[in-house]
Write a protein that binds this ligand. Structure first.
Ligand SMILES: Nc1ncnc2c1ncn2[C@@H]1O[C@H](COP(=O)(O)OP(=O)(O)O)[C@@H](O)[C@H]1O
Ligand SMILES: [Mg+2]
Length: 363
């Protein structure tokens, strides 16, 4: 599959995790956008505090990188509560979740990321725990086996998922509140880039902030990664401008730049454009794999409908990666549609690829 320099599947590299943590907002005030969710959470948290009760169980869902994990930490912080973090893949056996639950204290938060990955056995332990704060344990085997019920502390479960459709209806209904995170708008992303630049001691022109934001798929995590890559590029750029020894004409830009810290490089719109071009990210934030997906459907399936399996096979990419990482944004942009018969490239998608839509689509 060659080298993957995608900015979209980077959670696995320690470097990117460090970046995530370094730039993660520490207060609701620093958390840009998603105003409805913030307002609603403020009420939920305030009411729980007033009643001196734990907050009801909360579910955050939406595409990767939009700030679900961050919200979980912020809720814990706001409550002054301990947070225990785990994920749907880490909890393999009923006993795994049992021992975590019994180790909690009243008011603690249990955060389960990728909660759609929980298996049945673990879900069955979680249901009664969420509802009645009880845990059933089976002691012994066969005929002499006995079930013992023990009381659990009054904890709050916060769960996050990119795939709400994979949660069963009864599980979903056990959450007191359910929040859907949406893609951000351009000005929110610009604010996030600007904030991150400040934290990373990067000087960046207003126009460059705009360029980075435009390429960021309206997603904070992508914005932060691109900012870092653009910064790296700009430090290696032979034509780079610097405050100390920059070429003529840079002073005006510096004055109008959002300039922070002591770093002597600053990112101009021109550098940002060059860096994004080198990363093969186009003006709508699409990267190579996005274009491959669209082109595969156009070239091999006449624009669609094409099944996910076939698309995945024809570009040698994992189905789940296509579905979770690439498609949400392609659909948000109106380049791709999911129909009951399969994926279809829309006329907007054709247009973006610079192609003529051969057959009129029923869309
Ligand atoms: N609303 C926001 N304001 C500022 N930065 C944000 C916001 N949401 C997310 N981020 C940044 O994006 C990164 C990814 O967010 P995260 O909460 O890990 O996303 P998710 O859990 O939804 O995949 C965070 O580390 C943070 O730096
Ligand atoms: Mg997360």
């Amino acid at each position: 599959m060659g080298v993957n320099h995608s900015n979209l599947i980077p959670q696995t590299t320690p470097d990117d995790q460090v970046l995530d943590n370094a730039l993660r907002p520490k207060t609701f005030g620093e958390y840009v956008g998603q105003n409805n969710i913030k307002e609603n959470l403020r009420i939920v948290i305030g009411a729980a505090k007033k009643r001196n009760e734990p907050v009801e169980h909360l579910l955050f869902h939406g595409p990767s990188g939009l700030g679900k994990t961050t919200l979980a930490y912020l809720v814990a912080k706001e409550l002054g509560a301990n947070i225990r973090v785990t994920s749907g893949t880490a909890l393999e056996k009923a006993g795994d979740v049992g021992s975590i639950l019994t180790g909690l204290s009243d008011g603690d938060i249990l955060f389960i990321d990728e909660v759609h990955r929980l298996n049945k056995a673990v879900e069955e332990v979680i249901y009664p725990a969420m509802e009645n704060f009880k845990l059933d344990i089976v002691i012994g085997k066969g005929n002499s086996a006995k079930t013992l019920q023990i009381d659990l502390p009054r904890f709050t479960l916060i769960a996050a998922t990119t795939k709400i459709s994979m949660l069963s209806a009864p599980f979903r209904s056990r959450f007191g509140a359910n929040y859907r995170l949406d893609f951000y708008n351009q000005s929110d992303i610009e604010e996030i880039v600007s904030r991150s630049a400040r934290l990373l001691n990067v000087n960046i022109e207003k126009e460059a902030i705009k360029e980075v934001a435009l390429a960021s798929r309206f997603t904070p995590r992508v914005a932060n990664r691109l900012l870092k890559r653009v910064r790296d590029f700009s430090q290696m750029d032979p034509e780079r401008s610097s405050r100390a020894s920059g070429p003529e004409g840079t002073h005006d830009s510096v004055a109008s730049a959002t300039s922070y810290g002591m770093d002597d490089t600053y990112i101009t719109a021109n550098t940002a454009q060059k860096a994004l071009k080198m990363l093969e990210i186009d003006d709508k934030g699409l990267e190579e794999t996005d274009r491959k997906i669209l082109l595969a459907i156009v070239n091999n399936f006449d624009g669609g409908p094409a099944g996910l399996k076939s698309v995945a096979a024809s570009i040698s990419e994992e189905e789940s990666t296509i579905e979770d990482v690439y498609e949400p944004y392609l659909m948000q942009m109106g380049f791709l549609a999911r129909t009951p018969k399969g994926r279809v490239v829309t006329s907007r998608g054709f247009e973006h690829l610079g192609l003529k839509n051969k057959k009129p689509k029923l869309l």
